[in-house]
Design a protein around this ligand. Structure first.
Ligand SMILES: Cc1cc2nc3c(=O)[nH]c(=O)nc-3n(C[C@H](O)[C@H](O)[C@H](O)COP(=O)(O)O)c2cc1C
Length: 198
């Protein structure tokens, strides 16, 4: 049974925005249940519609369902701190991006930027489906490359945990205390009109 907090109880926007943005957050408490492939593919479908330079669609999602033979490999890439809560995920994803343009093999300076857009689409969709979607940098990047046979013209960007919400009471103490939707910097700290003025 999920007892995750409702983000709308913790978050208020200073300017009017759609609820979808406040609803997305990164919980760690997951139930340990699997999710059906159709639900997972709905998340990838959302990611698929992200914008990208020249419509390159550089993103590639290497996934492992918890009941599959691939799970142990993906799980083994994670830092210990992330393993402590990802053991209850339904799916683990390694997000990789094509570093060069398909049409001429030249470096694509925004492949990481585009992958971030795809991740955000996936996360927003997941938030609306009441799924936990949690991006992670805490994993062994070079091990991912070797163990998942990722070619040199792809960068390993991030991992993503996906699962059904669970009971925060089962998290390690320090993570349970942090299982609360976070706030944001005031808008004036992140924007300026004209040249850089921070
Ligand atoms: C690329 C990326 C890497 C992250 N790495 C980790 C991680 O390794 N472990 C973790 O617990 N959270 C990780 N996070 C979650 C962030 O801490 C979280 O998104 C941030 O605190 C903002 O909170 P919110 O997503 O709930 O709004 C990561 C998030 C992103 C986008």
């Amino acid at each position: 049974m999920s007892q995750l907090p409702d983000p709308l109880q913790y978050r208020t926007a200073d300017y009017p925005i759609q609820e979808i943005f406040l609803r997305r957050w990164s919980p760690r408490a997951m139930s340990g249940d699997s999710i059906p492939e159709e639900e997972l593919f709905t998340l990838f479908e959302a990611a698929r519609w992200a914008p990208s330079t020249f419509n390159e669609q550089e993103w590639r999602f290497l996934y492992a369902m918890r009941d599959s033979p691939h799970w142990a490999t993906h799980f083994g890439l994670l830092a210990e701190a992330n393993q402590s809560w990802c053991k209850n995920a339904a799916v683990l994803v390694v997000l990789v991006s094509h570093k060069v343009f398909e049409r001429n093999g030249k470096p694509n300076p925004v492949h990481t930027f585009d992958c971030g857009a795809a991740f955000e689409n996936l996360a927003l969709q997941g938030g609306m489906m009441n799924l936990v979607i949690h991006g992670m940098a805490g994993f062994n990047n070079s091990k991912a490359r070797t163990e998942l046979s990722i070619p040199d013209d792809y960068d390993v960007e991030a991992m993503i945990a996906i699962g059904r919400p669970g009971d925060p009471g089962q998290l390690p103490d320090e993570l349970r205390e942090r299982e609360v939707p976070s706030g944001r910097k005031p808008i004036r700290e992140i924007i300026c009109e004209g040249p850089f003025a921070f």
